[in-house]
Design a protein around this ligand. Structure first.
Ligand SMILES: [Zn+2]
Length: 122
C-alpha cells in the first residue's frame, strides 16, 4: 500500500511519537504500538532508581558521619591552637620579665653573660 498523506479519510490513523517517551502511539494516546529505546531506558531507570536512592542514602549517612568527625576534630584543633596561643603568651611574658631583670642587671653591673640564655629557649 503506497504511503498517503494524512487526511481525514477515516483510514488507519497515523501513529505519533509520544512527547514524553517517543514511543509510537495512537494519536489519541490510547494505545502503544512500539516502545522506543527511550522508553526502555526510562523503564531501566525506573528499576535502577530505588537502588540508587538506597545507595545515595547510605553515602549521605556516611558523609554526615564524616562531617561530624570533622566538626569534632575541628573543635579539638581549635582548642589545641588556643592552648598553644595561651602557652606562647605565658612564655613571652616570662621572657619579657626575664629580659627586664637582665636589663636591670646590665644597668647595674654590665653584661652578665650566660644569664641571657633564657631568651633563646623560645
Ligand atoms: Zn510515552
Amino acid at each position: 500500500m503506497p504511503r498517503k498523506k494524512t487526511t481525514a479519510e477515516g483510514q488507519a490513523k497515523p501513529l505519533i511519537a509520544c512527547p514524553v517517551c517517543r514511543s509510537k502511539i495512537a494519536p489519541d494516546g490510547a494505545a502503544l504500538f512500539e516502545k522506543s529505546a527511550h522508553m526502555e531506558y526510562l523503564e531501566n531507570t525506573n528499576e535502577l532508581l530505588p537502588k540508587l536512592e538506597k545507595k545515595f542514602k547510605e553515602l549521605s549517612a556516611q558523609l554526615g558521619a564524616k562531617d561530624k568527625e570533622i566538626e569534632v576534630k575541628d573543635a579539638e584543633l581549635k582548642k589545641c591552637t588556643g592552648e598553644i596561643d595561651r602557652l606562647r603568651l605565658v612564655v613571652r611574658e616570662a621572657n619579657e620579665r626575664e629580659e627586664k631583670k637582665n636589663v636591670g642587671k646590665k644597668e647595674a653591673r654590665g653584661n652578665a653573660g650566660s644569664a641571657g640564655a633564657s631568651e633563646d629557649e623560645w
